[in-house]
Design a protein around this ligand. Structure first.
Ligand SMILES: [Fe+2]
Ligand SMILES: [Fe+2]
Length: 300
């Protein structure tokens, strides 16, 4: 990893991000009131973002069950979030292993790992506070995650980071602005949005550099891995077991969600910014593009 002298754009970006990290960082263990009881009448997600919103199954649920479903959907997304953060931390540490520890770039990579450590603790406490189970990745995705965190470098590493961060970010920006929702999930979202804005800037900047220097074979392989990452992240957002919490058989709930035009629109909405960005960089193409379509993140 090059870029040790200040004045290079890479160092300038990292210097700015390090200063912003000093100005605005949170410690969720003390900055969140974990003892406050949840409001019984408040949703955990805007109801129209529930995977079953607008379906016959949704119509059959009471208001209390709908709130309960959004709580489990949030716990599922938090489980996916911390699973992915664990992968990401290891990828960044591997990146750091080859880096110049005196560079601001390397120091920012470590600062991001520190942020993610606090986020994963925050998501763990969020899951605990909801009383929901940890919704773990299935065996295939768990194995793919292990492979990604042990091997990914270059464009696919930063692209995978961005997909996970930007999809969650879309949901969280909406949640933090919606005063009708549970105070706990709004505060968790606010902390995550503020700190992730820096991660997104860092990864976008690094990705552009990696794409510029990559050859056609590397890029072809990257497109496939990126498509598979997009597919896994999307499929993992709502764990089918979440439906069982409101008396819906997991497979029935999952099939209804996949066929639900509201949910399809929500997925495309959540991925629009990152899909556009990666498309501009030429990273959503070839066979990898099929995976984006199968994940429901893009049309056509
Ligand atoms: Fe995070
Ligand atoms: Fe992050």
């Amino acid at each position: 990893m090059e870029g040790t002298s200040t004045g290079f754009p890479r160092e300038a970006v990292a210097t700015r991000l390090l200063a912003a990290s000093v100005r605005t960082s949170y410690d969720p263990t003390v900055d969140i009131d974990w003892t406050a009881p949840p409001r019984p009448d408040a949703y955990w997600l805007p109801p129209q973002r529930s995977s079953l919103y607008g379906t016959a199954l949704w119509e059959g649920l009471s208001e209390a069950q709908r709130i309960e479903l959004t709580k489990h959907e949030v716990a599922s997304a938090a489980s996916a979030g911390l699973w992915f953060e664990t992968i990401l931390m290891q990828m960044l540490i591997r990146h750091y292993y080859d880096a110049d520890p005196t560079s601001r770039h390397a120091q920012y990579a470590l600062t991001e790992v520190a942020d993610e450590c606090r986020h994963s603790i925050m998501f763990g406490r969020l899951i605990e506070a909801t009383g929901c189970p940890v919704y773990r990745a299935d065996r295939v995705d768990h194995a793919l995650g292990r492979w990604l965190k042990a091997t990914a470098t270059g464009p696919q590493m930063y692209a995978a980071i961005l997909i996970a961060e930007e999809i969650l970010d879309a949901f969280q920006r909406e949640i933090m602005a919606d005063e009708s929702l549970q105070p706990l999930i709004r505060m968790v979202s606010r902390i995550h949005v503020v700190e992730e804005a820096r991660h997104v800037r860092f990864a976008r900047d690094e990705l552009a550099r990696q794409v510029e220097s990559a050859g056609p074979v590397t890029l072809g392989y990257a497109r496939l891995v990126i498509g598979r990452a997009a597919y896994s992240i999307t499929r993992r957002l709502v764990h089918p077991q979440a439906y069982a919490a409101v008396g819906i058989a997991p497979e029935v709930g999952r099939a209804a969600a996949r066929a639900n035009p509201h949910w399809q629109a929500t997925l495309r909405w959540s991925a629009q910014r990152i899909a556009d960005h990666l498309t501009e960089l030429g990273l959503v193409a070839g066979p990898g593009r099929l995976l984006w379509r199968r994940a429901g993140l893009i049309e056509g």
